[in-house]
Ligand binder design. Structure first.
Ligand code: HEM
Length: 453
């Protein structure tokens, strides 16, 4: 399946006109509308037109889209210190502040070491039970034949899982408020890639007001977790306690509250919005490929024999894993990575000037015909690409997703638990189109009808 309503030829014409002349954009009036309205089509066309390295100039800003795994490896693995993360939010601390996703070295490494133990293999087995239980709770509320919004339900499921496993909290009653606030913040954050993004947040406007209100609501949730834990007499070993009890080895001091808030918010959001979309896209793809769905159901029945899934089952469900993997290839929840060159970079494979913004769009890379045969087709278990860095749903290098193993386990156990009992079909009138915001979401939700198997 192709990316919904993609007008590649329009985007291509636009790219070609960038190549021919930049004078429109030199006036400081970039034309990022196409970039905003359909960025994946825009970048796909850029990759098609220019190949491994697509250079796109907006006024004084140079974007360099990398479409070649070797060049990606070169910059992200061998030259990470030449770059900072892009975009950065200058005017406000924003959603993530200086949390793991957005902080720079040396803070990033120090904080990553503190959070890492929560994602060790032995901790995952504690989480597996919660993942299965949460899925059973959710699907217990489904009624055969009654249409659900699977995107919304997967959001609530992933939120429930991250809250219970890493924060020992139940957020069920606040789930609607959290997802509405998050939607608002994410929509605003999307403007930050534009030249006027920071400006938008610095002048009074309804958008800024809604953004600030939503951010306050999310802050209240996170500070609520901290306050409750401080008052609690119960010993916890979760990520929340791990970070709250962490002491700086040099100073012996605990983490300042603001830093703690940034780390918790980052994991809270990054840890559920991503897996939620991965699960939603997988359910969608299964509904479009009944033959694959049948094979997966057979595997699940065979392995589980009617009992609830457990941690060890994840390794016994290769078909389910392959389906989840193929979904991450076709609809990567994190669809783009950005870095800004802090200095001129010159390697045997590429040259960049200081300030150039390097982009890797997994939504583009994972569909490159040179890397994946029949790249637009859903082929679970397809041949691995020969380049290690052709498939990057979890990023790479020092900023590789800390929750990768958590996400694989969650993806496979949730799918197995859902598909053990239910078969989900796309509602007949459903319109499905990817919306690339902070994550790649189904733009109109995902109306699906569950039937009991
Ligand atoms: C299918 C699910 C997921 C996908 C596709 C995904 C994808 C990614 C990607 C691509 C990055 C790298 C971003 C960059 O380099 O700019 C990343 C980083 C990160 N992810 Fe995930 N993620 C997923 C699940 C999770 C989960 C479950 C958690 C936590 C519970 C998590 C927490 C994080 C954090 C904290 C970072 C920043 C790591 C660092 O910079 O050191 N993610 N993720």
């Amino acid at each position: 399946m192709d990316y919904g309503k993609v007008n590649t030829s329009a985007a291509k014409t636009q790219i070609e006109s960038f190549d021919k002349s930049n004078h429109l954009f030199d006036l400081g009036l970039p034309n990022p509308f196409q970039l905003l309205s359909d960025p994946i089509a825009f970048f796909r066309a850029a990759a098609e037109a220019q190949g491994p390295v697509a250079r796109i100039q907006f006024g004084s800003r140079e974007f360099v889209l990398l479409n070649d795994p070797k060049i990606i490896e070169e910059l992200f693995i061998h030259y990470p210190s030449s770059f900072e993360k892009f975009p950065r939010i200058n005017r406000t601390r924003g959603l993530f502040g200086e949390g793991l996703l957005t902080s720079e070295e040396p803070l990033h490494l120090k904080q990553r070491r503190l959070a890492q133990p929560a994602f060790h293999r032995d901790r995952l087995s504690d989480y597996a039970g919660e993942m299965v239980a949460a899925t059973t709770r959710l699907t217990g509320g489904w009624k055969a034949g009654e249409t659900i919004n699977a995107a919304h339900d997967m959001g609530n499921l992933a939120l429930d899982i991250v809250s219970r496993t890493l924060f020992s909290q139940q957020t069920d009653s606040q789930a609607e408020q959290i997802s509405a606030a998050l939607d608002e913040v994410v929509k605003t954050l999307n403007h930050l890639v534009t030249p006027w993004g920071n400006l938008l947040l610095s002048i009074p406007s309804p958008l800024r007001n809604r953004y600030r209100t939503a951010l306050k609501e999310l802050d209240a949730i996170i500070y609520g977790f901290i306050a409750e834990r401080r008052m609690s007499a119960v010993e916890h070993t979760d990520l929340l306690s791990m970070l709250m009890n962490a002491k700086d080895p040099d100073t012996g001091m605990g983490m300042p509250d603001l830093q703690l808030r940034d780390e918790l918010m980052t994991i809270f959001v990054a840890g559920h919005d991503t897996t939620a979309n991965a699960l939603a896209w997988t359910l969608y793809l299964l509904s479009q490929h009944p033959q694959e769905r049948k094979l997966m159901e057979e595997e699940i029945d065979d392995v589980l024999q009617g009992r609830p899934a457990q941690m060890q089952d994840a390794a016994r469900l290769p078909r389910t894993v392959a389906i989840f993997r193929e979904s991450l290839r076709m609809y990567p929840p994190v669809w783009i990575l950005g870095r800004r060159a802090l200095k001129p970079v010159e390697t045997p494979l590429i040259q960049l000037r200081r300030g150039a913004i390097v982009l890797v769009s997994m939504a583009v890379l994972h569909r490159r015909p040179e890397l994946f045969e029949n790249a637009d087709s859903f082929v679970p278990g397809r041949n691995e690409p020969k380049d290690r860095y052709a498939f990057l749903p979890f990023g790479l290098g020092s900023r590789l997703c800390i929750g990768e193993r958590f996400a694989w386990l969650e993806g496979v156990l949730c799918l197995a638990t859902i598909c053990q009992k239910w078969r989900l079909d796309l509602a007949p009138d459903a319109k499905v189109e990817p919306q690339p915001l902070l994550t790649l979401r189904p733009r109109y939700g995902l109306p699906m009808t569950p039937t009991l198997r």
